[in-house]
Design a protein around this ligand. Structure first.
Ligand code: SF4
Length: 157
């Protein structure tokens, strides 16, 4: 008997699929991703919730590097009040990466600019809206595991 063909899965940022899991308690829905999630074609995951953070929660940014630096212990994730939330961000990123690998995912579509899901551009840690090159912590963890990532900007919702 031949092995059944296993379709490569795509994981998506849960907020892009319409889950109100952002720091401000809102979603950032993308119509195409919401529809794909409803059809069961993509798997929505949220690293910050997986890491044990509540919703809503204080905004956070990476200070001293990008997500790869956070995973390597060279940079931190801090809230706008200066609280260190690095451990929760790393735990959530590892959890999402483990689940993605376990599901056989090969690709991820992620909410842009987030300190977790951002791909290619993130805020600089100064809470001034300044963008710098780099990935969020979850995006970096997924790249480490060989999963390709793509940034998407959902609508304000
Ligand atoms: S950007 Fe990522 S970590 Fe942030 S709310 Fe959306 S899914 Fe969760």
């Amino acid at each position: 008997m031949p092995e059944p063909v296993r379709r490569a899965l795509t994981i998506v940022s849960a907020c892009l699929a319409g889950t109100p899991c952002r720091y401000d308690g809102r979603a950032k829905p993308d119509a195409e991703i919401v529809a794909a999630a409803r059809r069961g074609e993509v798997v929505p995951l949220c690293a910050e919730v997986a890491g044990g953070l509540s919703t809503p929660r204080p905004p956070a940014e990476i200070r001293g590097g990008d997500g790869a630096d956070v995973l390597a212990g060279r940079a931190r994730v801090v809230t706008d009040a200066g609280d260190d939330v690095t451990a929760a961000f790393v735990a959530g990123a590892r959890e999402v990466a483990d689940r993605a690998v376990g599901l056989g995912a090969s690709h991820a579509v992620l909410q842009e600019r987030s300190p977790s899901c951002g791909c290619g551009r993130i805020y600089d840690g100064g809470f001034t809206g300044t963008l710098v090159p780099g990935d969020g912590v979850t995006a970096a963890a997924l790249r480490e595991r060989g999963i390709t990532i793509e940034a998407r900007r959902g609508a304000s919702g």
